[in-house]
Design a protein around this ligand. Structure first.
Ligand SMILES: Nc1ncnc2c1ncn2[C@@H]1O[C@H](COP(=O)(O)OP(=O)(O)O)[C@@H](O)[C@H]1O
Ligand SMILES: N[C@@H](CCOP(=O)(O)O)C(=O)O
Length: 298
């Protein structure tokens, strides 16, 4: 049996829409094995226990593209879910990465992680979650003529991430649906400058630049209205001294970047969030540096 452990991811990080993401230390675990026939799925909500299951669909995509003759007759998938679904923490990326890694192993295809990234990005439609899910760390990634180009950024250890996760879901599909099909030249220039500054500020540990560098005009303003209390939470986190506050992926999770020695933020933010109508959970996270791991177990 295969055990595949895949980290959560927070994509975009403000201005890096569809091209920047970080792996975080919460993990979904997938146990996958070949069986005589049929499809067995355990451990997830009933709505995902069928042929539309994203892990299964990703495995099927891999087999048909890479090695159709090695498609197993039957597959058993058991999921240990620790990453909440449709919250902007890359749960779909974990399913896709687990699916392609399992299919690669079961078909003896021996594709490299770089090749798996191309297939996983085709399935997800953008590389910014699947790249850090596979490689860990913070990753810049782009797609050019069906090839993915990426680079790894080592995140300073003295940064931590405070995820504010609501009890309601927002699918990436719905959250992409409110984005405009074109943007102005000035909004494009606005984001290009900020994402460049954000990356150099992180690499050079110039933390005082991160707040202004994390601003964005491509997606957050459009998406904010889908999230109850979005503005209030962002304002409060800012006032409490977060280095930056941004939407995690397509939302609805709101992420605050704080210094490792900031022990007050979590307590004060939790006090602020507790009377709100939706239930918001706070989770202090750090960067995962390993990415997805496959173990063969008995
Ligand atoms: N634990 C899980 N078990 C089965 N399917 C899952 C699981 N987690 C995520 N998914 C799949 O991923 C989809 C959510 O993806 P998406 O809307 O992109 O949100 P997220 O921000 O969580 O990635 C679900 O509808 C489901 O198809
Ligand atoms: N760049 C994508 C990222 C979606 O991430 P998810 O974790 O919400 O699936 C977007 O912003 O749509």
């Amino acid at each position: 049996m295969l055990e595949i452990i895949v980290p959560a991811t927070s994509a975009n990080i403000g201005p890096g829409f569809d091209c920047l993401g970080i792996a975080l230390n919460i993990y979904n675990k997938f146990y996958i094995e070949e069986i005589d026939n049929g499809l067995q799925i355990e451990g997830c909500e009933p709505e995902f226990r069928n042929e539309n299951n994203l892990i299964y669909k990703s495995m099927k995509y891999f087999f048909s593209k890479v090695n159709p003759s090695k498609t197993p007759k039957g597959i058993k998938i058991k999921i240990e879910t620790n990453i909440p679904v449709c919250r902007g923490l890359g749960s779909s990326a974990t399913c896709i990465v687990a699916g392609v890694m399992a299919a690669n192993y079961l078909s003896n295809s021996h594709l490299s992680k770089d090749e798996l990234l191309e297939i996983a990005s085709e399935i997800e439609g953008h590389p910014d979650n699947v790249a850090p899910a596979l490689f860990g760390n913070m990753i810049t990634s782009i797609s050019e003529k069906n090839k993915i180009y990426y680079d790894v950024i080592k995140v300073p250890k003295n940064l931590k991430f405070c995820a504010m996760i609501p009890d309601f879901r927002l699918s990436t599909e719905k959250s992409r649906g409110v984005l405009p099909s074109t943007i102005s030249y000035s909004d494009g220039v606005y984001n290009v400058g900020r994402v460049s500054l954000l990356i150099t500020a992180i690499i050079n540990e110039n933390f005082e630049l991160i707040k202004v560098a994390c601003k964005d005009k491509l997606h957050q303003n459009y998406r904010g209205s889908l999230i109850k209390n979005y503005e209030d939470i962002v304002d409060k986190a800012d006032k409490l001294g977060a280095l930056a506050v941004f939407l995690s992926g397509a939302g609805p999770t709101i992420m605050a970047l704080i210094k490792e020695d900031d022990n007050k933020f979590l307590e004060d933010m939790s006090y602020f969030l507790s009377p709100l109508k939706s239930n918001w959970k706070l989770k202090e996270l750090s960067c995962d540096v390993s990415g997805a791991i496959l173990n063969v177990i008995n």
